[in-house]
Design a protein around this ligand. Structure first.
Ligand code: GLV
Length: 333
């Protein structure tokens, strides 16, 4: 980064795709942390202190203390859809624009949610590990017999864009019955098209054969599914979490996988990731993936371009397409 460069300075907090960097560097002065290791909170504060903008993902914590240490900062643009790592009210109070990356990842993430559902219910990874370990000696009548997906009841906790895309796959592709719980109900027409039934959370837990969790992580959704909720689920049910670690109490989940009622779980997100609860690592009836639900190459590129679109629009005086706090745009830039 050239400190004499009069253009807005932007910290890119991780290694990202070259074409996206090229677009950004045409009109912004970049400081690129070209690494897959997230900056420590101290290093982030130091690097961001002289910057006007930040390109972030899910791993950079942008809170009030950091904002106070970075008074030049005017825009924080994330390539993720979830923004629980960013204190939005604190940014708005300081006139800092925040954007996320919705829509471009919806279908890819729903594909992966469904992949986890299928792998979990039909014990795909567990049986593969058995085969690779040389343990396959003979055919047997119930070898890795799992749970059916087709015709079963799909429960969706969090019926936003991604929840609806998972629901479409279940209903239209696999003939599943659909129950869901969400703060707001779907329009009647959408409910009718999917045969979707809104139920309260306890009914959802009691009725779902396969529960898919897709709610944003907020203080209200912390441990939304804990020991009491897991105890309400059907014996033999499965649970998939593609939302955020922290929505599910991982310790309680590990216990429910060991002692029942759950048959299995599929998890892409974890409390305290990249650390994973030892009880989950020890369980054979859980499919574990490293937060990759949106990770098709095309979608990750689209997410990064969308974060760049927001930065470029903001610093050229335009309207960032997926701003979360447009009200700050009324202030001088
Ligand atoms: C990924 O978890 C995202 O929020 O985009």
């Amino acid at each position: 980064m050239d400190l004499q460069d009069p253009r807005p300075r932007v910290l890119v907090t991780r290694r990202i795709f070259a074409p996206v960097l090229e677009r950004l560097s045409a009109s912004l002065s970049l400081d690129v942390h070209d690494s897959d290791q997230a900056l420590s909170p101290e290093a982030l504060r130091e690097r961001l202190a002289g910057c006007d903008g930040a390109f972030v993902a899910t791993t950079e914590r942008i809170d009030a203390a950091l904002l106070d240490a970075c008074p030049r900062l005017r825009a924080v643009c994330s390539m993720a859809v979830g923004y629980n790592n960013i204190d939005l009210p604190a940014c708005t109070a300081r006139g800092v624009l925040v954007s996320n990356a919705p829509d471009v990842l919806t279908e890819t993430t729903a594909d992966f949610g469904f992949a986890l559902l299928l792998a979990t219910a039909r014990r795909v990874t567990e049986s593969e590990h058995f085969l690779r370990a040389g343990q396959w000696r003979t055919w047997s009548v119930d070898l890795f017999a799992g749970q059916d997906v087709h015709g079963a009841t799909l429960g969706i906790l969090g019926m936003g864009r991604i929840g609806q895309a998972v629901a479409r796959r279940g209903v239209l592709g696999f003939g599943m019955k659909l129950v869901y719980h969400n703060r707001s109900r779907l329009p009647a027409q959408t409910e009718a098209a999917l045969g979707a039934r809104w139920v309260d959370k306890d009914t959802l837990l009691a009725e779902a054969d396969h529960l898919v969790i897709v709610v944003p992580y907020t203080p209200e959704t912390h441990h939304l599914v804990g020991a009491a909720e897991l105890a309400r689920m059907k014996p033999g049910a499965t649970l998939v979490n593609i939302a955020r670690g922290g929505v599910v109490d991982d310790a309680a989940l590990a216990q429910a996988l060991r002692d029942g009622p759950l048959a299995a779980a599929g998890l892409d997100v974890f409390e305290g990731e990249p650390s994973v609860h030892p009880g989950l690592l020890a369980a054979s009836n859980v499919v574990l993936t490293p937060h990759i639900a949106s990770a098709s190459l095309r979608t990750r590129l689209a997410m990064a371009h969308l974060a760049a679109d927001n930065l470029l629009a903001f610093f050229s005086g335009g309207t960032p397409p997926t701003a979360l706090n447009r009200e700050v745009l009324a202030r001088p830039r």
